[in-house]
Design a protein. Sequence first.
Length: 423
Amino acid sequence: MLHFYRLVDKSFEYCFNIEASDKLTQKELKILKWLISETFEQENLKNDSFLGSSSVSSVNKVIEIGPRLNFETAYSTNAVAICNACGLEEITRLERSRRYLLSHEIDTDKFLSENHDRMTECLYQEPLKTFETGIKPEGVCFINLVEEGKKALESLNKTFGLGFDSWDIKFYHDLFVIDFKRNPTNVECFHLSQANSEHSRHWFFKGKLFIDGRQADRTLLQIIKSTLEKNPANSLIAFKDNSSAIKGYKILTILPLEPNKCSPFIKKSCRYHIIFTAETHNFPSGVAPFPGAETGTGGRIRDIQATGRGGLVVAGTAGYATGNLNIPDYLIPGEEKGFTYPSNLSSPLKIIIEESNGASDYGNKFGEPVIQGFTRTFGLILAGGERKEWIKPIMFTGGVGQIDDNHINKIMPEKGMLILQVG
């Protein structure tokens, strides 16, 4: 494994941990150094640490924090792609860790809690020698549904918390045993659990609603849809495609003369409609704010692109709501000290900073500007003693787009077409 160190200031440096499938030539090493130094301040990059080892002296110490090794980070994926594009095809993984020079008086555990994401990062006790963790992924296995009946699925459901109720278990039992005449794999059961969740199927919003023991005449989703049904107005897409569209305008744009191959662009008059879609990524952003918000923006961009037969991304919006920030040495009027927060969530201050950075980071890499949004913080004990606060944060991401009138409706699938899952 190769290591390069880049100095940021006298007490902080980056370490680039690089895995290659073969030994690099001197020419390739020169290209790699040029890339990692970001082409400027070459003097701040070298093969040895600027700060020294983890036990520097009796006065100072060095601690190193980096990504957990069991998953390759998005940073590494991008870095490897750049290296490969520059002819360094031997580079297979490139992770960046952070090294801090600290006084021995500073408590390491306290520093770690304030400066790393425990969900995605860890302390490196020594310089990395390999990315191998020794952890072996659990293999694919068959669940003995044919031999043992529903009990096999009930046991799996209880062990792994799949969330199947008695109706689900009977349905999947009959599907595999009677229709498919085979046992399902554990992977299939996990996939069915995700597809069967409220997030994907909305069984709660589409289910029967009982109020004070009496069944309501409409489901929650029917109530929500009722306003659109009575007054559709300019709405073209609603309650489908994870998106929405209203009637737009005729515009003059440029399109390829022959879209199925390389061809010149020509001016063309088209009718484009206006898209807006939004979602929240609240709990993930509370646990791991930067990647939680990052994937919130990424998923919402996907929704724009998947509208109809293909939408075009224009711009993003973002909104953040957290509890009291408790900024050190800067008490905001109205904040009360002493509030406790769940140990499985990041602090409100860390959330508000990193979820904003994460959402913008994904948009920047994709090329989508954020043009509008909101930020709110609130935490208060009411007169009756009740605490009101955004303990689980709100991470709202919205997107504006446009879609060609010809692409509003998806084409019905035909028999023989393949279903592909990519990810």
